[in-house]
Design a protein around this ligand. Sequence first.
Ligand SMILES: NC(=O)c1ccc[n+]([C@@H]2O[C@H](COP(=O)([O-])OP(=O)(O)OC[C@H]3O[C@@H](n4cnc5c(N)ncnc54)[C@H](O)[C@@H]3O)[C@@H](O)[C@H]2O)c1
Length: 277
Amino acid sequence: MSDTHKHKLPQLFDLTDRVAVVTGGAGLLGAEFCHTLAEACARIVIADLDEASAAHVADDINRHGGSAISLRVDVTDRQSVAAMVEATMKAYDRLDILVNSAALDPKFDPQHGGHTNVFEDYPLDLWNRALSVNLTGAFLCCQAAGRVMLAQGGGVMINMSSIYGITAPDQRLYQKPGEEPAYKPAYYPVTKTGILGLTTYLAAYYAGKNIRVNAISPGGVFNGHDEAFVKAYSAKTVMGRMAYKDDMNGALIFLASDASAYVTGANIIVDGGWSVW
Ligand SMILES: NC(=O)c1ccc[n+]([C@@H]2O[C@H](COP(=O)([O-])OP(=O)(O)OC[C@H]3O[C@@H](n4cnc5c(N)ncnc54)[C@H](O)[C@@H]3O)[C@@H](O)[C@H]2O)c1
């Protein structure tokens, strides 16, 4: 064992020659992650159910001198996940970084199931669907990527959890005066807590294999929420605001790169202090 520094600071974050697969790479944070990894010189596979939006992100990266491909994946489908990894190997011959960002999150979209998420009446089919995307999806992607990483001699997995993986939703945030009570559904904290279990399980499972597995737990990211919500949410954070969509990029690049060479099984909470109060 030697205690000399192996890298200069910029090299610590450099991802040249590495290949990253981002599931849900067309999403609000997912697209940010793709651009950030590309900026660090990784080659990117943008994998999403929404093929057109994934292609748009890839075009943008390629136009700016990066290297990216996009493909349609359904993370709940083992064959589709296998095809994603095959396409990655065909295009780039490696898979160094897996970011599990695909997820269902109702974000209080009134179109989501057309109901208010009352726990006692929550439909079983929506519960099962959410578990299969948010939890089983990450499980299948880690399985498929893990096989390649083992054969390659290493890799990095980053799983997206949430503040709701470590705290319960304060349902008062989701109530609007004069409207029927609405709720953050149970599946969201349940799956985000499960993601943390999968993360520590795999970090320990891959002991001695040079595969690091970590999680990021973002706070709520502003995405056109109404003023009352923004005010009530912001008051619950130490920083006094919702997250910007690029607030997670530092944690992502830290976990994806050699800067975190001695970090595995960790959960980086990026919540503006939401969870300390
Ligand atoms: N945005 C936030 O406020 C926030 C806060 C905490 C945690 N998170 C977590 O961060 C991650 C990224 O969030 P986001 O804001 O980019 O979410 P998003 O809803 O904007 O994007 C999710 C993406 O996943 C894709 N997807 C859905 N089902 C899929 C499937 N079966 N197969 C493949 N792709 C599928 C969607 O097409 C979409 O592009 C998620 O895991 C989310 O739970 C987000």
